[in-house]
Design a protein around this ligand. Structure first.
Ligand SMILES: [Zn+2]
Length: 67
């Protein structure tokens, strides 16, 4: 709870945990362990089911392109 409050005050301490091409970036906050990603506009959004599905579709698409 205190950690989440810290993130609210000073912002998340994001670490890039995964990157596929230039388009898929996944971050984890080292403080509260919450996961984030960037939407199509480079805006930071929570990594929820919608984005996980989106990313896996995009990865499949990339594999088709380069295989
Ligand atoms: Zn955080």
């Amino acid at each position: 709870m205190i950690k989440q409050l810290l993130c609210k005050v000073s912002g998340h301490k994001l670490e890039l945990t995964h990157q596929d091409s230039l388009h898929i970036k996944e971050f984890t906050c080292q403080c509260c362990k919450k996961e984030f990603t960037e939407d199509g506009y480079g805006k930071l959004v929570g990594l929820n089911k919608f984005w996980r599905d989106n990313h896996s579709k995009f990865r499949e698409y990339l594999q088709e392109q380069y295989s």
